[in-house]
Design a protein around this ligand. Structure first.
Ligand SMILES: NC(=O)c1ccc[n+]([C@@H]2O[C@H](COP(=O)([O-])OP(=O)(O)OC[C@H]3O[C@@H](n4cnc5c(N)ncnc54)[C@H](O)[C@@H]3O)[C@@H](O)[C@H]2O)c1
Length: 256
C-alpha cells in the first residue's frame, strides 16, 4: 500500500524546486496531484514527469496571492475529485535585500505571496477538506522563520508569520475536531532555482556557494528530495498525531 494512496493533493509553486519534487513524491506514493503555479511551462513539466512515471496529475495556473484564483482552483478540484486531502502551501519568493533598501511595495509583494498566499490556502483548503472528512496541510516556511538571516530580513518576517499562522490554525482545527492537521517545514539551503538566484543576488561565484555549503554542519547543501520526503511524511497517516509542529530539514544549521 502506497503511503498516500488515492489521496487528492494540491501543491502550489509545483512548477519548480521543492514544489515539483513534493508533487512527484506524493504521486509516487499514490496521490492524485493537482500541480499549481504561476509558471505554466514549469507546471506542465512537473505533470509530464509524474505521468511519464505512471502517476496522475494535472496543472492549473494559479497565483496564490489572488483570492479569486484560490476559489476557482479549489472549485475545479472539487468538481473533478469531490475531495481535497493534502495541501502543500509551497509557493514563495525570496527577497535578498537589506531592510533599508527594501521598499514598502517589495515588502507587501513578498508578503502577498509568502503570507497571504498561505493564509488563503489554509482558509479555503480547510473548507474543502472539512467536506471530505479531514486532511493534512503542510506549509513551507524556512529556517529564516526560526532564526534571523542578515541577507534577507523581510523574508524572515514572512516566514516567521507562516510558522505561527500554522500553529494558530492547527490549534483551531484541533479544537474543532475536524481531523485536519497543519504543520510547517523549515528547509535550510536547498539547491533549487530560488537558491541559485539568491546566491547570484549576493554576488555569485564559488565563495558565496561555499559560504552556503559551510553554513550546514553536515557540510553540503540539501536537495529538493530531502524536503519532499518530509512533505510525504507529514501528509501521510504516519504523522496522524502530529499537528502544529515544525519539521526542520536543514543539515543541522539551526542546531549549531
Ligand atoms: N530553496 C531553498 O533553499 C529554500 C529554503 C527555505 C525555504 N524555501 C521555501 O520553499 C518554497 C519553494 O522554494 P524553491 O526553492 O522551490 O523555489 P523555486 O523558485 O524553485 O520555486 C518556487 C515556485 O513558486 C512559484 N511562484 C512564485 N510566486 C508565485 C505565486 N504568486 N503564485 C504561484 N506560484 C508562485 C514559482 O513560479 C516557482 O515555480 C518557497 O516557499 C521558499 O521560500 C526554500
Amino acid at each position: 500500500m502506497a503511503r498516500v494512496e488515492d489521496k487528492v493533493a494540491l501543491v502550489t509553486g509545483a512548477g519548480s524546486g521543492l514544489g515539483r519534487s513534493s508533487a512527484v513524491r506524493l504521486a509516487e506514493e499514490g496521490a492524485r496531484v493537482v500541480v499549481t503555479d504561476l509558471n505554466a511551462e514549469g507546471g506542465a513539466e512537473t505533470v509530464a514527469q509524474i505521468t511519464a512515471a505512471g502517476g496522475e496529475a494535472f496543472f492549473l495556473q494559479h497565483n496564490v496571492a489572488e483570492e479569486e484564483e484560490w476559489l476557482s482552483v479549489l472549485a475545479e478540484v472539487e468538481k473533478r475529485y469531490g475531495q481535497l486531502d493534502i495541501l502543500v502551501n509551497n509557493a514563495g519568493v525570496f527577497l535578498v535585500k537589506p531592510i533599508a533598501t527594501t521598499s514598502l511595495e517589495e515588502f507587501r509583494w513578498q508578503n502577498s505571496i509568502n503570507v497571504e498566499g498561505v493564509f488563503l490556502g489554509i482558509k479555503y483548503g480547510i473548507e474543502l477538506m472539512e467536506k471530505s472528512g479531514g486532511g493534512s496541510i503542510v506549509n513551507i516556511s524556512s529556517i529564516a522563520g526560526l532564526v534571523g538571516t542578515a541577507v534577507s530580513p523581510a523574508y524572515c518576517g514572512s516566514k516567521g508569520a507562516v510558522r505561527l499562522l500554522t500553529k494558530g490554525c492547527a490549534m483551531e482545527c484541533a479544537q474543532k475536531r475536524n481531523k485536519i492537521r497543519i504543520n510547517s517545514i523549515h528547509p535550510g539551503g536547498m539547491l533549487t532555482p530560488m537558491l541559485e538566484e539568491g546566491m547570484k543576488a549576493l554576488g555569485g561565484g564559488d565563495k558565496v556557494r561555499k559560504g552556503f555549503e559551510n553554513m550546514a554542519p553536515i557540510g553540503h547543501l540539501g536537495e529538493a528530495l530531502d524536503i519532499a520526503n518530509g512533505v510525504v511524511y507529514l501528509a501521510s497517516e504516519e504523522a496522524k498525531y502530529i499537528t502544529g509542529a515544525e519539521l526542520v530539514i536543514d543539515g543541522g544549521i539551526t542546531a549549531a
